[in-house]
Design a protein around this ligand. Structure first.
Ligand code: PLP
Length: 408
């Protein structure tokens, strides 16, 4: 029995069966954009372990930052005491986000969305929220009430919080031109907003829909959502957990559409691999009182030291510019493969999705690519996502495309 098979068999006995594994990849170690499985087989990593390892696996800046911090302490109870490292992280985050002044630190994506949801409810003192069909915002009950990407994620967990879902523009599936699709979805959104009028707290939106299929909305749609939120007095809550931190070239993906949200949720890449989340807003909006929201591990010293190092590295190495440059190479390569197997290609920077003709064909391609040494992840019903470390080079991108072409 191979080492990987042995670990998978032992995992089956002790791990929750609710986890979402699609591929039999067993992580052993990683370096840069490369990973090795438990049997020593090498793979090019086009997943960054779900858009987390944006600065590459085993980046020495993270290792050094953590070791430096460990000498002084690991945990400081930031909800109850004060410490400089979390304050430095918040200051650094705000340097990337002009117009925002306040940060709530937490440990994961779902927690940063949960915090945004609670802040929106508290600040507006209103009841209802709108989210999008196909959205993934996390799995705690507030975030799950807005999540709507797969039936199994919600089954048996109701009743949910007061959330209404409305279509997200998906031109390929909705069989519409992008502009027509944008206007159609904006019309439906306004109908729902009208129905709630003075009791609508917020609209939650992924600037590029992630788990739903790596769907890029038309610019007019994102601008339209902003305009409607302002007209109806609803807060625009921007879930940047997957799309943020330079994955689409800009620090926030929403900047690509020239839109400023009211509340932002961040996680995944900001910790450089250490669990870290942040909910960011303005002085005026983050006006809740002492005790309204807090946590035990938010501001954890190791997580914050990792976050500071990751953000510094992203800025110094201009990873946003690299994401755009290398992303264009991948998009061009995928466009040239479009045909009866790959039926749609979309993306910004290194957040790229391509849709296969059927879910079965998508699953076949994922497995085949893995066998040939390219690690990919699914998204939506029949799409594949490409979200490699933002350090990906032109050569690595071309190698990945070559492997992928061999799978078609
Ligand atoms: N929001 C988005 C857009 C995500 O992609 C995810 C996770 O994939 C989450 C929230 C939830 O994050 P976590 O799994 O860290 O709770």
């Amino acid at each position: 029995m191979s080492k990987s098979s042995d670990i998978i068999a032992r995992d089956g006995k002790v791990s929750s069966p609710s986890l979402t594994r699609e591929l039999p990849f067993v992580f052993r170690k990683g370096h840069g954009c490369h990973v090795w499985d438990a049997d020593g087989k090498h793979y090019l990593d086009f997943t960054a372990c779900i858009a987390v390892n944006s600065i590459g696996h085993d980046n020495p800046v993270i290792r050094k930052a953590i070791l430096r911090q460990i000498k002084d302490g690991i945990h400081c109870a930031f909800s109850d005491f004060y410490a400089e490292t979390p304050v430095r992280l918040a200051e650094k985050l705000l340097e990337f986000m002009p117009g925002f002044q306040k940060v709530f630190l937490c440990n994961s994506g779902t927690e940063s969305v949960e915090a945004a949801y609670k802040l929106a409810r508290w600040h507006s003192d209103r009841t209802w929220t709108i989210a999008f069909q196909g959205a993934f915002h996390g799995r705690t009950m507030g975030a799950l009430s807005m999540t709507n990407s797969r039936a199994v994620q919600r089954e048996r967990f109701g009743p949910f919080l007061p959330v209404v879902h409305t279509p997200y523009p998906y031109p390929y599936r909705m069989k519409m031109e992008p502009e027509e699709c944008s206007q159609h979805c904006l019309g439906l959104l306004e109908e729902r907003m009208n129905a709630m009028r003075d009791d609508l707290s917020a609209v939650f939106m992924e600037p590029v829909q992630g788990e739903g299929g790596y769907i890029v909305p038309p610019e007019s749609f994102v601008k339209g959502v902003r305009k409607l939120c302002s007209e109806y007095g609803a807060l625009l809550c921007d879930d940047e957990v997957q799309a943020g931190c330079f994955r689409t070239g800009k620090f926030l993906a929403m900047e690509n559409f020239g839109v400023k949200p009211d509340i932002v949720s961040l996680s995944k890449a900001i910790g450089g691999g250490i669990p870290l989340g942040a909910m960011v807003s303005t002085d005026a909006i983050m006006d809740w009182p002492k005790g309204a929201h807090a946590n035990t591990f938010g501001g954890n010293l190791l997580a914050c030291a990792g976050g500071i190092a990751a953000l510094d590295f992203m800025r110094q190495k201009k990873l946003g510019e690299n994401a755009i440059r290398v992303g264009k190479i991948i998009l061009k390569g995928l466009e040239s493969m479009k045909g009866d197997r790959i039926v749609d290609v979309r993306g910004i920077g290194l957040m790229i999705g391509f849709e296969l003709c059927t879910p079965a064909e998508r699953n076949r391609v994922l497995l085949q690519a893995m066998k040939k040494g390219l690690l990919l992840l699914p998204a939506g019903d029949a799409s594949v996502r490409i979200c490699p470390p933002l350090t990906l080079t032109r050569g690595e991108a071309l190698k990945g495309l070559e492997i992928l072409e061999g799978c078609l």
